[in-house]
Design a protein around this ligand. Structure first.
Ligand code: ATP
Ligand code: MG
Length: 369
């Protein structure tokens, strides 16, 4: 799949701009703070209905404006498809081929993106919620049902936690209702565990190969950490029921649900050592790159179409050897949109065939294709 053109209105520092892309390599260049990352962010936002770097949608609207819009002509599975997303009055409105789409759930998983950006190391370094968010976004792009069930799970979890909190406050628990909610919650949790486990298993089959292709061979795998035994899918439900029974007193006195996918985490293990504590910065970066390259292969296979690659400033952070390895891996059949402040960072062979777009102060000053 690829984006042919994108129109951006009142998004970040853009007033009203159109960009045209080719279906191979596109390079966005310009000085710092001109709008390169904002342009990539607009495509990410168009695909996923959220930003990769801001949890608050309001940040996306141009200062002083009330609404913003990103619209694009795309080719998905060889079909022309127009996509549009707007933020108005704190709400997001979605359109595909000019038809209103009621929910993000329906809108998602059309345009698929894999993004590489400087904050990627956070996936290894920071807190579990960042890793869970990452996993949720990736699986949701491939599986609409996952996103739906995850939302249902989160709603049930909130109800359950509210009931536990209410008990803490006034000593009353509607046991029958609490059990019904717990049963529903367990059902959704089993599905989420299973999907996350399967996705990580797919990654683990391929990630070594990609780590080797950008660095040297090392055993690398991702370890999925759950607080329920999920080694046998058929037993997950019983394991959860048992654990909830054991934990009932602890949950009543803490006022919060103590087990479930909301506590999940995953870690990167390189040659039997946890990369978070033992890995060098370079090894951590290579592991995340290997993860993304693996995901390109998984996305391509599962959706029978290539995802769009967004590379934000990644070349400035890699040494020449790794830069070349990465460049060689970039498949000409995958639309790639790269940002850089310095065209010298990019191999001449790539520059010759790329579509170059220069940006200055939220304006496209050298128009591409
Ligand atoms: N909501 C907004 N309204 C107006 N301007 C914004 C908004 N959000 C961010 N900006 C501005 O957009 C500008 C460009 O940001 P962007 O991150 O795209 O720069 P960049 O070209 O990627 O720079 P760098 O090379 O440093 O990464 C910044 O000056 C920032 O202050
Ligand atoms: Mg930037």
């Amino acid at each position: 799949m690829y984006v042919k053109s994108v129109k951006i209105i009142n998004f970040r520092n853009y007033k009203d701009e159109i960009f045209n892309f080719n279906k191979n390599i596109n390079i966005i260049y310009g000085n710092n703070a001109q709008g390169k990352t904002n342009l990539l962010e607009s495509i990410y936002f168009l695909a996923l209905g959220k930003s990769h770097r801001s949890l608050n949608d309001k940040d996306l609207i141009k200062n002083g404006e009330n609404e913003c819009k990103v619209a694009a002509d795309t080719i998905i599975k060889n079909l022309s498809t127009s996509m549009e997303i707007k933020i108005i009055n704190n709400r997001k409105l979605y359109k595909i081929d000019n038809n209103n789409i009621k929910s993000l759930n329906e809108y998602l998983s059309n345009l698929k993106v894999i993004i590489f950006f400087p904050e990627d190391l956070d996936i290894i370094k920071t807190s579990p919620d960042v890793r869970r968010r990452y996993l949720n976004i990736q699986i949701s792009q491939l599986n609409k049902n996952y996103f739906k069930i995850l939302n249902e799970y989160n709603k049930l979890l909130k109800i359950r936690n509210d009931l536990l909190k209410k008990y803490l406050k006034d000593g009353y628990l509607d046991n029958q209702y609490f059990d019904i909610i717990t049963n529903y919650l367990i059902e959704k949790a089993c599905y989420i565990y299973c999907m996350r486990d399967k996705y990580i298993e797919k990654i683990n089959k391929l990630i070594d190969k990609y780590y080797e292709s950008i660095s040297t061979y090392k055993k690398l795998h991702i370890n999925y950490i759950t607080n329920v035994d999920i080694s046998n899918y058929d037993n997950v439900k019983n394991n959860m029921v048992e654990k909830f029974n054991k934990l009932k007193q602890a949950e009543l006195s803490s006022g919060i649900t103590l087990i479930g996918p909301q506590k999940d985490d995953f870690e990167f293990i390189l040659d039997d050592k946890n990369l978070k504590n033992y890995g060098s910065q370079g090894q951590q970066r290579m592991a995340v790159l290997a993860l993304k390259l693996t995901e390109i292969e998984i996305f391509t296979k599962e959706s029978e179409d290539t995802p769009i690659l967004l590379l934000d400033d990644v070349f400035s952070e890699l040494d020449d050897y790794k830069k070349n390895n990465l460049l060689n891996l970039l498949d000409e059949n995958i639309q790639t949109i790269i940002t850089t402040t310095d065209l010298n960072n990019i191999d001449k062979k790539i520059l010759d065939k790329a579509n170059l777009i220069e940006i200055e102060d939220g304006k496209c000053i050298t128009r591409g294709e």
